[in-house]
Design a protein around this ligand. Structure first.
Ligand SMILES: *Cc1c(COP(=O)(O)O)cnc(C)c1O
Length: 317
């Protein structure tokens, strides 16, 4: 994986009275430190897809996302870095002002293609994908969020990266869950006795569990997939990118006390969930937890204003 440099990634311990009272150790694997702008799990999800694209002789990559998508952002940067063309199918009509995420993508030479919400809904339909291939011949298609089998395999390297940093074995490895591919990659590479917990950041219910299950059941090195992981659905705060004053305050406090940047769409919900579960006494004294910081900080440019309004009390929840 030539474009992922794991040496800048740190393993950091969280010091907080809530954890100390419960006798729980919480470490964070800082995948947000991979790159100053393009951080987190998305590079892992892309790496094997890009290898496959190259093997197939495809010289451009096409994928899907919204105006603040971490995946689109990472795809544009990576393509540019590696000299591959990128095409972003973007949800919604072209706005008067592009989001900072899309401005970056454009600067990294991504071709932006805005489609109506109705058209965007077809993003996984075979006929629609065939029509895109006719329009963009020789493109390699990557699903929204980078969520496919090769994305999962790329995420297995997250565990290798962890093992590079420490010999500690953790009781529970936690990450935020969108498509579930990061969780599947992690769960498929854990050792005996280790468990993974995903915190769902969107309201998709059992469909994400099913997706993780189906990835794990076809990954030959882990035929018993499904035994060592779970998804907690109690902390999505109403849905994708939704949050409230309680979460905004938690994030603000966490950033100030831990000096670890987090955001409200993914990692804020992850750490909120971990703290809440620790407070409820879900983990016995002596438990060792690891949180995977999956990055996504560029997305803050889409939520900062809403966060600030909540923190200054200018929003009634
Ligand atoms: C995309 C993303 C996730 C979710 O990853 P999945 O593999 O889709 O579950 C988590 N955190 C951040 C910051 C992300 O950008």
């Amino acid at each position: 994986m030539s474009f992922i440099r794991t040496n800048s990634i740190q393993l950091q311990t969280v010091h907080d009275p809530i954890l100390e009272q419960a006798g729980v150790q919480l470490d964070v694997l800082r995948l947000d430190q991979i790159h100053p702008q393009v951080s987190g799990n998305k590079l892992f999800k892309l790496s094997k897809n890009i290898e496959a694209a190259r093997q197939l002789g495809c010289d451009r990559l096409l994928s899907f996302g919204g105006a603040y998508s971490n995946h689109i952002h990472a795809l544009a940067w990576t393509g540019n870095e590696l000299g591959l063309g990128t095409i972003g199918i973007i949800r919604g009509e072209k706005p008067a002002n592009l989001s900072p995420t899309l401005i970056d993508a454009q600067n990294w030479n991504m071709e932006l293609c805005f489609v109506s919400r109705t058209e965007y809904r077809q993003r996984a339909d075979k006929d629609y994908l065939d029509s895109l291939l006719k329009r963009f011949p020789n493109a390699y298609l990557i699903p929204e969020g980078g969520g496919n089998r090769l994305g999962v395999e790329g995420c297995q390297e997250i565990v290798s990266c962890l093992k590079e940093k420490t010999n500690t074995s953790y009781d529970l490895i936690c990450c935020a869950v969108g498509t579930g591919s990061t969780l599947a990659g992690i769960a498929s590479t854990l050792e005996q006795g280790e468990r993974a917990m995903g915190v769902a950041v969107l309201k998709a219910g059992a469909s994400i569990d099913q997706a993780v299950n189906s990835y794990l059941s076809v990954m030959t090195d882990h035929p018993s997939g499904g035994q060592n992981w779970s998804i907690n659905h109690d902390y999505h705060f109403g849905g994708y990118a939704k949050f409230d004053t309680k979460l905004a305050k938690f994030i603000d406090h966490f950033i100030k006390t831990q000096a670890i940047p987090i955001e409200p769409v993914y990692t804020g919900k992850l750490f909120y969930a971990i703290y809440d579960l620790v407070r409820q006494g879900c983990y016995p004294k002596g438990s060792r937890l690891l949180a995977i910081h999956t990055g996504g900080l560029q997305g803050l440019r889409g939520t900062q204003e809403r966060m600030e309004r909540m923190l200054t009390g200018k929003v009634v929840q």
